[in-house]
Write a protein that binds this ligand. Structure first.
Ligand code: FAD
Length: 592
């Protein structure tokens, strides 16, 4: 496998040249003195070094060895604790953290690039700090000042880790039916009892303490999602001075044996009257979790991109090296027995699909991260509100589309290796196995699609969708005829989406099955259109600078491939949406 190289040039292109982030940061008082183009460049370069040098080399051995469980303790693979500690000691676990508690206070758009690198290098290892960052977000947004002060500094420092305990054996997608209980105690704490399954990083040997955020019901809670509260439950209790005290009454019952991310411990967690502290008001637990979820869902989307990028780096190297058959137009390298496979149209199709989806995905995830930053840091209420609406609309697209494209990309990356892609030592099959979970956890991609179409698009009467569509139209109207080859098909795609949205608003009013029947294809049409918008933005910059450097001419070539060969997929997806739900219900359940 090729050594991982952080795609710093491309990241800088997206941040500085396409989105001109430093101009945005300068306008936001909360960021103006915290970050500029140079700081961002240094952060990404330094993160890239430690990630490529220390963490990437453990990806394959971590997969081979996996985690092990004995008597409630989990051992991560050889080298993981040391690599994690190097990463934490460098301050990388605190990049996005609140400065009041020792975080670096960097905007999400920087964290997104660091996450991309970390997950490309080693998704299993990356999950531990990612879960911690998610838990910190919920604590910072919803917990009491006392809890924040007691827990956040050590969590940002990476000395303690976090976990998110939602899923139960009978309650996955439907969290409204969870059974874990929390009994109030005289001192204001709670006793939490119940079993959670599939808990990433529920137990491990990377940190001295693990802070679990647990969804549970109070004794008098109303049924369903409105009766769920959120609790902070530490593995080791923490005394008034912040020192570690007694072990809490919770334990890891076992770990799962799974298809991929084998070095990430997926734990059954038993809470037996464990001491916990409520976060936010009683019965507001799901709302508190959702604070974390918008960030986490974008983060999971980025995992798909990360694996696609890693697979691409390997595939390009292989396609240049491997010689097999002659180019259809005659020998490209007559001195060799055969030509490198990169001459073949089908291999180029796969490589360019990977490249176009990765770079489109990097721009799109950065765009969503920028909306998260505007929603958080802008001083102007209207800007915040607009950005928040875009976050609400685009988060399920980022989670599901980036991971669906991640799987497609990693499969192309395997195919380019032929039979060698199926063999473990080349590493391409691991990337597919690791990628597969990204479509499932943090809400399956089917549920993301329902959320997008049902709650966000139709639920807002189309308003959130039109906000995004209008922004694209304003962009295409504002640029010159030299961009027509990109703006025209982009406008056509938006027109298709307009028609689908109006059609679905009408049809879903009389038949609720139309939403679930159309949702996955609708999300994909929106995803390809969003990528087309990103590619048109990138093409604008590349067109202006094409004479300066081959980098820009490569960008233009890739943009042209995206519009010629990938955007047309919206037509068949739109036809599937328009076919409606009828054919899904022609069979009775016993006819399957
Ligand atoms: C490796 C791994 C790590 C995980 N990490 C965590 C973690 O850290 N914390 C945590 O709490 N959980 C975690 N999970 C759990 C994960 O989030 C759930 O598996 C996921 O949300 C789906 O729940 P489920 O498995 O119960 O599937 P189910 O909810 O049973 O769904 C089964 C199928 O039915 C579909 N479906 C369900 N309801 C609907 C509907 N209304 N409409 C249409 N289709 C529907 C789903 O899309 C899916 O295809 C993890 C899981 C794994 C495998």
């Amino acid at each position: 496998m090729a050594d991982y190289k952080a795609p710093l040039r491309d990241m800088r292109f997206v941040l500085n040249e396409v989105f001109e982030v430093s101009r945005l940061w300068a306008q936001l008082p909360a960021l103006a003195n915290v970050v500029d183009e140079d700081t961002a460049s240094t952060i990404l370069e330094e993160a890239g070094k430690v990630i490529a040098g220390t963490i990437a080399p453990l990806n394959r051995s971590g997969d081979e060895q996996g985690c092990s469980w004995a008597d409630g303790a989990v051992q991560t693979p050889k080298g993981f604790p040391e690599a994690y500690q190097t990463y934490a000691a460098g301050g990388w676990t605190s990049v996005g953290g609140d400065e009041r508690f020792g975080g670096m206070g960097m905007p999400k758009v920087i964290c997104a690039q660091v996450e991309e690198m970390l997950n490309s290098a080693n998704l299993s290892l990356g999950l531990y700090p990612m879960l911690t960052a998610g838990a910190c977000l919920s604590i910072n947004a919803h917990a009491s000042e006392e809890l924040k002060a007691a827990y956040l500094p050590n969590m940002y420092a990476g000395v303690w880790a976090g976990s998110m305990c939602l899923t139960e054996p009978h309650a996955g997608t439907d969290l409204g039916i969870i059974r874990t209980r929390a009994e109030p105690q005289a001192d204001g704490s709670y006793k939490v009892s119940g079993t959670k399954i599939f808990i990433t990083g529920g137990e491990h040997d990377l940190t001295e303490n693990i802070i679990h955020l647990v969804l549970a019901r109070l004794p008098d809670a109303p049924p369903g999602p409105k009766g769920i509260s959120l609790f902070l439950v530490p593995k080791f209790l923490v005394d008034a001075n912040g020192a570690l005290g007694a072990r809490n009454s919770l334990s890891c019952g076992s770990i799962e044996h799974k298809m991929g991310i084998k070095a990430s411990a997926t734990c059954v967690m038993n809470f037996d009257g464990a001491t916990g502290y409520i976060i936010d008001a009683p019965n507001k637990g799901l709302a508190a979790m959702f604070t974390m979820m918008n960030y986490e869902r974008l983060g999971v989307g980025i995992q798909g991109l990360s694996l696609g990028e890693r697979s691409y780096q390997n595939a390009v190297e292989y396609a240049r090296d491997r010689i097999q058959s002659r180019a259809p137009t005659g020998p490209a390298d007559p001195d060799k027995l055969a030509d490198p496979i990169i001459v073949h149209p089908d291999v180029r199709r796969m490589l360019l699909t990977m490249k176009a989806l990765n770079e489109g995905g990097r721009a799109f995830s950065s765009y969503v991260a920028l909306q998260l930053d505007s929603a958080k840091f802008s001083e102007d209420a209207a800007t915040r509100q607009r950005a928040q609406a875009l976050v609400v609309l685009l988060t399920p697209v980022a989670k599901a589309f980036l991971t669906d494209m991640g799987l497609e990309t990693t499969v192309h990356g395997q195919q380019i290796f032929g039979g060698h892609g199926f063999i473990r030592e080349w590493g391409q099959e691991q990337l597919i196995r690791d990628c597969r979970i990204t479509q499932i956890y943090e809400g399956t991609n089917g549920i993301q699609a329902l959320d997008l179409l049902g709650r966000k698009v139709l639920g807002s009467g189309g308003a959130y969708y039109h906000l995004f569509a209008d922004e694209i139209r304003q962009f295409t109207a504002s640029v010159g005829a030299d961009l027509m080859e990109f703006t025209q098909p982009l406008n056509d795609a938006v027109q298709t989406l307009d028609e689908l949205t109006a059609w679905l608003l009408d049809r879903a009013a009389s038949n609720p099955n139309e939403i679930g029947a159309a949702s996955v294809e609708y999300l994909h049409v929106l995803g390809y259109t969003a990528y087309a918008y990103m590619w048109a933005l990138m093409a604008r910059t590349a067109l202006q600078k094409q004479d300066q450097d081959v980098f820009y001419r490569t960008k233009l070539g890739t943009a042209r491939f995206f519009f010629a060969r990938l955007l047309p997929r919206v037509h068949s997806l739109a036809a599937a949406v328009r076919a409606g739900s009828e054919s899904l219900f022609l069979l009775d359940a016993d006819q399957f």
